[in-house]
Design a protein around this ligand. Sequence first.
Ligand code: CAA
Length: 697
Amino acid sequence: MSEVVGYELKGRVAVLTIDNPPVNALGIAVREGLVTQLDRAVADEGVNAIVILGAGRTFPAGADIREFDQPTREPHLIAVVDHLDSVEKPVVAAIHGTALGGGLELTLGCHFRVAAPGARMGMPEVNLGIFPGAAGTQRLPRVAGLDHALELIVLGKPIGAAKAKKYGIVDAIIDGDLRGGAVAFAEKVVADGTLRAISSEPCDGIGLSEDHAATIEKYRDLANRRMRGQDSPHQAMDSVIDGLTMPYPDAVAVDRKRFELCKNSVQSQALRYAFFAERKASKIPDIGKDVAPREIASAGVIGAGTMGRGIVISLADSGFPVTVVETSQESVDNGMVEIVKTYDEMIQRGRIDAVEKDKRLARITGAVGFEALNDVDLVIEAAFEDLDVKKQIFGELDSIAKPGAILASNTSYMDIDALAAATSRPEDVIGLHYFVPANAMRLLEVVRPAKASPDAIATGMSLAKKTGKIGVLARVCHGFIANRSRLPLVREATFLVEEGASPAQVDAVLMGVGMPMGPLAVSDLSGLDVSWRMRQSLANQHDPEERYMHLADRMCELGRFGIKAGQGWYNYEDGGRRPVHDPVTEVIAMEVAKEHGTVRRDISDDEIRERCLYAAINEGAKILDEGIAARASDIDVMWLYGFGFPRWSGGIMFTADEIGLGKIYQRIKELHAEHGKLWTPSPLLVRLAKECGSFTR
Ligand code: CAA
């Protein structure tokens, strides 16, 4: 008898319970268990119907993704699904939690589906670089119609039980006792003699009509816009077309091969890596689950600028009462006006209604002076990036904040150890580095100063989760993980313009690797003056042996701060936001090149790609080697969530492993010889290249 699939009789109904925590994934033991218990129910003459459900928190949330890296073992899930619908007794799936991917496919093999009101159903396989591989692409269009099926299969977003009922995926929603309700449903089906619904059988909706072709076109277009560069949505659609145009067994046979190709593709490996990387990031090697985060019942934010406002909104949106503090009533009022504007935009986009806006606004209080923060559990400082200003703020906070309050800085690169030292309670000081716009961006870089207590760090990580963000831990260094690893890419981008590339060429090459925007267009958007001020503040630390970003400085000296100035690397005509080629940039680049003896030349796309990516990878290796990042995958999670690096690439460290560290090291050696100290290879990269090792495997 199988341990992971239980068998129990309720009158004449056999109840099969899948019990494989945490998410009842359909690994080999579950598949074997299901076949065994199904056969038992079929053979049992006392049984006239079967119910399948999940123990614990959910119906199976899909195939066991960890098995994808191993040879597939029989029975395949598709065989289980096919076996289910051939059973001559009615089989009812009873869904709660999340029936995802193979989990939903399993229910499609059942003849009926009932669900708890809170259940969610979906086919998120495209997010793993694959498509529903257990005949979901054949069966779901027959059950739900092509449009609804493609919505689930191509966009990969789950739907709730009510919608699933509307789409015909669910036959009934059961309030209260799901198990009892499912058994009663099965008994009624038997009593009424309801015909078993077999989702592999041909139906009216099969065949490639003109309407079908138009629907497929609509989803191809959506996939191109929302998942640029990703193959799996298109593979999924091809598989659906097979299901519409071929008899079920033929389509399934063709798709078995397509599925294997998809599963073994680099994109799928990268997406699976990203799935686990994201979950690993929340686990801190030396802080166990026994370290409880501190309770945060209220929060305060210092500064109502762009960043401060975003943080306030993020906290209020997640239910925290939050006090935003400024130096004058006028600044408080201006901040509140902008916050209201953001909520109005959310209403316009249909994301919230007016009632919700009022609820969220009611959680926000504006105040002048730090005294207003004397009773909050968490203070996040989002003041101007000036170390002395921040030290003073932390000194004052120390005398005002209540004992045990977390004192956090949102600085994106400064020395948080120095801020902690400005207080008498360094154990309470952490970094919470948000990304613009803080209410929308999902990354939160939690920075760990040397003296921070484990529970202060656990609180930062837990805050990320509570506010719907992915928290990733970094140790203190200039720029932490995210900005430190990205700076070399931006630096090379500007050097390449000085050497002869156009901003548009550089940006196009990096968009070609899947980045949503080129780095120079991003600089124009965020303002070239931000990093200019940072370079100025570090001027006395500049190593003369390292090449300097003269061109970026010159752009700022000329007031070319980017979009807000109407000109930066590009021109923004008539106050627009669309970057337009500006010949003046080339003239400035030529002047700067002449002043600094830079030889201008034609630059190939390959050189741009290599220099920008390899500079970031080399820095990533240094960050890893120095222990600033606990693992290479944490660096990748930062790139995926902070900089929109395509998830199907896995991130820069995964990409490096894909290219091969030996090859990268050879090229970095050449660049080091050619361009000097900034290209000093990371000792870790050198070592791994020699050992044929990797960062992420
Ligand atoms: N396989 C293996 N492990 C899985 C898993 C899966 N399908 N889904 C989740 N897990 C693991 C997670 O890695 C995590 O493990 P750790 O605790 O060791 O980190 C644990 O289960 C809990 O997961 P979450 O932390 O994500 O828990 P959550 O409550 O926040 O979310 C969930 C639950 C919504 C199910 C989410 O885990 C999820 O989206 N899982 C993936 C679902 C999916 O993609 N299913 C399709 C799989 S592919 C497939 O089915 C192919 C096919 O066609 C046959």
